[in-house]
Design a protein. Sequence first.
Length: 137
Amino acid sequence: MALHLAAEKDTLRTQITSWTFDCGDPRLAVLAYVGDDDASGEAILTDWLARTSGCWLAVERIALTREHVLAYGLPAAPGKASDPRWHAFTARHALDPAAPTQWEAEAPDLAALSGDERTQLAGLLQPLAATLAEGDD
């Protein structure tokens, strides 16, 4: 199985590539995606999947999801009111269309995380590990 990691931002590339490993058969491709929780982050994944239709055994958005934002009370950053996808994003997620917001997927400093935060991060990665294990069958 081949694990392909895609990130919305090049600033995440170095950290993400340090997590990769040889999974074996490259014909069994799994895509793990990391992107902002905003209109563009959703659109990038949707566009990527449309352009690469049929080549993924599984796709997992490992970060940043709406569930992460809500479960961990992540702070919002000012959003892009000029993004043409903003109003549809607000409708899907019950956000105030007059107050553009977004949640960034920038990686935290792992050394600065508490034990509880590391445990939470490990929990976020468990669905990906399960997908990889299923592919080994």
